[in-house]
Design a protein around this ligand. Structure first.
Ligand SMILES: [Zn+2]
Length: 328
């Protein structure tokens, strides 16, 4: 009879004998038990990435809901081979497209907790990890005081609803009025392509389930040091959030910047952008301003934690990843 490997020997045992107290109880010799323990220790541990920075009195925590790989032909203004080539050069190419992260940001000052965006919640790609990320911080969704949704695309508001219910029952919800109007308009919905129908359906659900929804009109402060920035273009009511205190600031720009194609060019778009002239105008205005200010930027779809700056490099705009730890 051929000698059985240790693994084959283990797999031949009745299930109840592998692991658990029976294993430690002397049914297997000490060395076999030790080997089995080592096997278990090798199992990969799932980690929810977290990154924290300080902005004055605020702690900002980057959390991610997951990722999706966006097909190379989702970027109007460039051919699929052009996008793929650029993605390869930046090591963000995957077999089925450009790797997009879905980053959210939790802003806390010891008194209030504000979540910026709620993630795709499984509606696209490998997403739905935001609840676990919050749990890793010891937070349940009902401990969130406010949610700011930067625009009503499914990947930014999906997590607002879980199992047909309001998933942040303790929160005020802030969304720009222009987006609420657009995404709840039946005529707009009827005229929209299939790939936007999920966002229209979610928008209707969010408005129905969040009686504490506050429509935002223009730039204003949500609390001291947290204010809305008008970044219309990607959607009619696309907004950013500026967090500012003690001479430091960060601006969460949501879908202002997409991996690979931005900020180098403004004549390249993402498929979901319905008004390309407006999207281009938004980036033409913002990128030079961000570069001259050296503003610290947080962007939803950039590699985790999505923190960086737009820098002008010999007349070319490029994304410069920001250090986020041990920099004070
Ligand atoms: Zn997005």
């Amino acid at each position: 009879m051929p000698q059985l490997s240790r693994r084959a020997f283990a797999s031949a045992l009745p299930l109840g004998l592998i692991g658990g107290s029976l294993l430690g109880g002397g049914l297997l010799g000490d060395s076999a038990a030790h080997a089995a323990t080592q096997e278990a220790a090798k199992a990969p541990v799932a980690v929810n990435p977290l990154a924290q920075i300080r902005i004055g009195r605020f702690t900002v925590t980057a959390l991610t809901d997951g990722y999706a790989d966006m097909p190379y032909d989702y970027f109007p203004g460039r051919s699929a081979p052009e996008v793929e080539r650029a993605a390869r050069a930046q090591f963000t190419a995957r077999p089925s497209g450009v790797r997009f992260l879905f980053n959210q940001y939790l802003v806390e000052d010891g008194e209030r907790r504000i979540l910026i965006d709620a993630g795709a919640a499984g509606s696209i790609g490998q997403t739905g990890q935001l609840p676990q990320a919050l749990t890793a911080l010891g937070l349940q969704p009902d401990k969130i005081d406010a949610v700011i949704v930067t625009h009503m695309h499914q990947d930014h508001m999906g997590g607002l609803v879980l199992g047909g219910k309001n998933n942040y029952p303790g929160a005020e919800l802030y969304i720009d009025r222009r987006d609420i109007t657009h995404w709840t308009d039946p005529a707009k919905r009827n005229g929209a392509p299939d790939y936007l129908q999920t966002s229209f359906r979610m928008a209707e659900e969010v408005v129905r389930l969040y009686p504490r929804l506050q429509a935002i009109d223009g730039e204003r402060e949500i609390m001291r040091g947290v204010s809305i920035v008008d970044l219309t273009g990607h959607t009619p009511g696309h907004i950013g959030v500026r967090v500012e205190d003690g001479g430091k600031s960060m601006i969460m720009v949501s879908d202002m910047i997409f991996p690979v194609v931005h900020p180098a060019a403004t004549d390249v778009f993402f498929l979901f952008e319905q008004d390309r002239a407006a999207a281009k105008a938004m980036r033409d205005r913002f990128f030079p301003r961000a570069a001259s200010e050296g503003a610290l930027i947080a962007a939803t779809h950039m590699p985790f934690p999505g923190l960086g700056r737009v820098v002008a490099d010999h007349g070319e705009m490029r994304w410069q990843v920001a250090d986020w730890a041990l920099q004070d």
